[in-house]
Design a binder for this molecule. Structure first.
Ligand code: ADP
Length: 301
């Protein structure tokens, strides 16, 4: 079932076209990523989706509602954590939680949410005294406090240290496992690859690809590299004759074989037959990073 439908969305700011004919759908229960470089139009897209901005053209449907017309109802059912959401400096975590709970018909248990996010001990701490990671966790807690059916999370882990990022990823999975459909805006490849079921890659206001992370990688040519140090010299032709192998090079004592399909198995089988032991064996897959660069011609960060 489609929870979100975006059809031919357009949005301009003066002379800047921020969103230029974007269409995609999000299914119930998935983590859907909107991935793209800075300025690609990601935030504008989710702002339109959540009724925070009026599109110039296009049709939007979220939980069967129109974000422009039914904004009040949607606010009850869609949790939003937008980039750089700020709270008053002197408001405590507990006060913010209570205030936000009061906005909703079906508020979640605030204490449990803070517990889940690892900031239960910050209840009486003022917003200005929280670390970047704690502010981020609070923003996520506040996005979830209305027991939403859909959570929109924008640049969730920007500015977090590696451990806090991983904890936040676990948390997003936890939220999805609890039945919430998640829209995740990110410019981080590793985050998209780890979390998202499907992704829309947006560049200069347009969707350049819409697929699973694995599908995107496959689309740019599923080249793999197998590297090893042979125990005895190998006859190159044994490897280059394999249909899976497209290239073979030597790097010092190492042999680097590039190819497609079940490359690793093909290479290791031939080596085994000829009693060659492959030391320091390493396999590298094309990554979502490679896919992104191919699709947008840019590095993500
Ligand atoms: P992203 O989230 O992918 O970084 P945005 O949706 O924030 O992209 O921005 C898309 C484009 O629209 C950018 O060129 C940005 O500078 C411009 N833009 C965003 N918000 C505004 C605004 N309020 N006024 C004018 N231009 C804006």
């Amino acid at each position: 079932m489609d929870i979100i439908e975006v059809t031919n969305l357009h949005k301009r700011y003066g002379a800047t076209t921020a969103v230029d004919d974007v269409s995609f759908t999000v299914e119930a229960g998935e983590i859907f990523g909107i991935l793209g470089p800075n300025g690609a139009g990601k935030t504008t897209t989710v702002e339109c989706l959540t009724g925070l901005r009026a599109p110039d053209r296009g049709t939007l449907r979220v939980l069967g509602l129109d974000p422009g017309r039914d904004r009040g109802e949607l606010r009850q059912r869609v949790g939003v954590q937008l980039q750089e959401s700020r709270l008053p400096d002197r408001q405590t975590v507990g006060e913010a939680m209570e205030l936000y709970r009061s906005f909703y018909r079906r508020p979640a248990d605030g204490g449990r949410l803070l517990e889940m996010l690892g900031i239960a001990d910050k209840r009486t701490t003022q917003y200005r005294k929280l670390s970047g990671g704690q502010k981020q966790r609070l923003a996520i807690a506040l996005a979830l406090v209305g027991s939403p059916e859909v959570a929109v999370l924008d640049e969730l882990t920007t500015g977090l240290d590696p451990q806090a990022r991983r904890d936040t990823w676990d948390l997003v999975e936890h939220v999805r496992d609890a039945g919430v459909t998640v829209v995740l805006v990110t410019h981080f490849m590793d985050e998209a690859e780890r979390l998202c079921d499907r992704l829309a890659v947006i560049d200069s206001g347009r969707v350049t690809a819409l697929d699973t992370p694995a599908g995107l990688v496959a689309r740019v040519g599923a080249q793999q590299r197998v590297q090893f140090r042979p125990s005895v010299p190998v006859d190159e032709r044994l490897l280059t004759d394999l249909p899976e192998v497209t290239d073979l090079r030597h790097h010092g004592q190492h042999v680097v074989v590039t190819g497609t399909g079940n490359l690793l198995q093909a290479v290791t089988s031939v080596l085994a037959v000829h009693h060659v032991v492959a030391h320091d064996l390493r396999v590298e897959q094309a990554s979502l990073d490679d896919a992104f660069i191919t699709l947008t011609g840019r590095r993500s960060v």
